[in-house]
Design a protein around this ligand. Structure first.
Ligand code: GLA
Length: 395
């Protein structure tokens, strides 16, 4: 499958229709730095990728909804009704679009007809590159256009987060939906997650690439320790609020933290909070390094970020640590760290272009020896955020 034309014919045969669907795309994302800072009111620095989720849809004349994913053909067509959009275990992946529909309908109250929607994604599932937020945002832009809702992008991004938090039950922050909804080709986004102020930073590397390295260890956010980390940060914040008038850890400087950390009674919570505060500072510094063209400085911050996620936040694990450690040992690697929630998923490395093949080979040898299976390597290209696309586009 390599063009949207193939998806169009799949659409017609799966839904047994001659109607021409409209085609939408939402990317996946990587986060360059600023991990586990979003729900702590700190900064993140993600970018949208050129691979993602395609969604093709037509309105129906009744209130039926039919969803099909070429990635989960065994699930078949998943059907439900506009009048009953509650979460249903047996609707598996289709709960993401259902949640989006439910919340967009609640806000706009303009969706009176059903739809047939086909999904195809080329983001590796469970790799921590936000395949679920990508489905949410692809659905968001599709519904917005099919039903002429005229919803602004940031409220749509916020609804995507609400789907994760309230509908799916993962207490994630806003980073993924924001990166995917607001992404811009060749740019990373510095986002203040407390205020939602953001700025685009040109991210075009001349002699280097960002390599994505998939551990191929599947992880699901809901089943992970994600919610526990968030709760630990909230407890730490409560302790600090006994003397400080702040509403998030993201408001603390490193000095504030060092002066007041004794207030955090639990030593584990203290480590979690330290990561949140220091990582936020690193993220702001990283933007400065990038602006000055200081890639080695940027790379060092990536390395420090990983160490903090490994030692203080404890969300890495053998697979990510093996890959990142192996990357650090390679000639031509400027910096490497895990990206996303952790607990498996992907790492990223900034690598000199002419060392890419050698670096891949060496990392994989070490990885295979340690865990018994291969890693997968991709070169990141930074594309646009969620949008409608035209027929025949290469995917
Ligand atoms: C996941 C969540 C994000 C963010 C990252 C960690 O991707 O969905 O909100 O918390 O983990 O930085």
């Amino acid at each position: 499958m390599n063009t949207t034309t193939n998806l169009l014919s799949e659409f017609k045969s799966i839904f047994n229709t001659t109607k021409e669907p409209r085609i939408f795309f939402a990317p996946g994302r990587i986060n360059l730095i600023g991990e586990h800072t979003d729900y702590n009111g700190g900064h993140v620095f993600p970018a949208s990728l050129s691979f993602g989720t395609y969604a093709l849809g037509v309105k129906r004349n009744d209130q039926k909804l039919r969803f099909y994913s070429l990635n989960f053909p065994e699930a078949g067509i998943i059907e439900c009704d506009l009048t009953n959009l509650l979460f249903h275990e047996k609707h598996s992946w289709a709960n993401y679009p259902k949640g989006m529909l439910l919340y967009m309908q609640e806000v706009e109250n303009k969706i009176f007809l059903g739809a047939d929607i086909l999904y195809y994604g080329n983001i590796p599932n469970g790799a921590g590159l936000s395949s679920s937020a990508s489905i949410e945002m692809a659905t968001g832009v599709l519904l917005n256009e099919l039903f002429e809702l005229q919803m602004e992008r940031i409220p749509m991004v916020q609804l995507g987060q609400k789907v994760e938090n309230n509908y799916i039950g993962v207490n994630s922050g806003i980073m993924d939906q924001f990166a995917i909804g607001m992404g811009k080709k060749d740019h990373a986004i510095l986002l203040n997650c407390q205020t939602l102020e953001y700025e685009y930073a040109p991210f075009v590397l001349k002699e280097h690439v960002i390599m994505i390295i998939n551990t191929n260890k599947q992880r699901t956010l809901a089943g992970s320790k994600y919610n526990e980390r968030r709760a630990q940060c909230e407890e730490a914040l409560k302790d600090l609020q006994k003397e400080l008038s702040v509403s998030s850890l993201g408001q603390l400087t490193k000095t504030d933290f060092e002066q007041k950390k004794h207030l955090i009674t639990d030593t584990v919570n203290q480590k979690r909070a330290k990561h949140a505060v220091y990582e936020n500072a690193r993220t702001l510094e990283a933007l400065e390094k990038l602006r000055k063209g200081d890639l080695p400085g940027f790379g060092n911050l990536m390395n420090e970020s990983h160490l903090s996620l490994r030692d203080d936040y404890e969300v890495t694990g053998l697979e990510l640590d093996t890959i990142v450690q192996a990357a650090w040992e390679q000639k031509g690697v400027v910096g490497a760290r895990m990206t996303g929630a952790g607990f498996g998923g992907c790492a990223i490395a900034m690598v000199e272009k002419d060392q890419v093949e050698e670096v891949k080979k060496n990392i994989n040898t070490i990885y295979h020896e340690t865990v018994g299976y291969d890693a997968t390597f991709y070169i990141a290209t930074i594309g646009d955020g969620a949008k409608e696309i035209s027929k025949g586009e290469i995917i």
